[in-house]
Design a protein around this ligand. Structure first.
Ligand SMILES: Cc1cc2nc3c(=O)[nH]c(=O)nc-3n(C[C@H](O)[C@H](O)[C@H](O)COP(=O)(O)O)c2cc1C
Length: 180
């Protein structure tokens, strides 16, 4: 069944993989809107996601717009589910602490637990294994977030270990399973 998917993209080197995820979701008949962090927009441009999804991409909740609405709230109402892919250590920590200092984290704070919330971490192995990140992920899981466990692979930094974002096909399976 077609869903309204809010795709959150944060500042990981894996941000380019989110473009493939957006494209796959669209081809599967889902409607996708994207919120990027400012750091994510340094890796991939909002134009990429705008072109793939056919929807405006939100980065700055304070940016002047033609038709004003409170973006993080209207997007919360619109979305059936939210997936942050890739999720940086930073964004995971902010969500765990209830910090809402940009559009993506403000959106996540307002997004109700009755809707499904997926987090796909992507980072260097050392970061992923850090107790702070592990504790934050456990806390989020306890609060009903569904963590999409990263894979072991050769990472962009040259290290081999756990921290590569879950493959697009597996993320899609999890999202579509949630629609049943
Ligand atoms: C080249 C480069 C690659 C990075 N890759 C990652 C990554 O894969 N995962 C991660 O958690 N942080 C990564 N970082 C660090 C984040 O970009 C940094 O923590 C930033 O503050 C995250 O901002 P955001 O969470 O608001 O998007 C990377 C930084 C640089 C410069």
């Amino acid at each position: 069944m077609s869903k309204n998917v809010l795709l959150g993209v944060s500042g990981s080197i894996a941000a380019y993989k989110a473009a493939e995820l957006a494209s796959t979701l669209i081809k599967r008949g889902h409607c996708v809107k994207v919120i990027m962090t400012e750091n994510a927009a340094k890796f991939v441009t909002p134009l990429t996601f705008q072109t793939i999804t056919g929807n405006e991409v939100s980065v700055d909740g304070f940016a002047p717009v033609e038709h004003f609405d409170v973006q993080h709230i209207s997007l919360v109402k619109w979305a059936d589910l939210a997936v942050i892919a890739p999720a940086t250590a930073n964004v995971i920590a902010k969500i765990a602490c209830g910090i809402a200092d940009d559009l993506l984290t403000t959106f996540m704070l307002a997004f109700p637990r009755e809707k499904r919330r997926f987090i796909a971490p992507a980072m260097n192995t050392g970061m992923y294994e850090n107790a702070a990140v592990q504790d934050n992920l456990k806390l989020l899981e306890k609060r009903g977030f569904e963590i999409m466990e990263p894979r072991e692979a050769r990472l962009a930094c040259g290290d081999t270990g756990k921290g590569a974002m879950m493959k697009t096909a597996d993320i899609l399976k999890r999202i579509e399973a949630s629609a049943l």
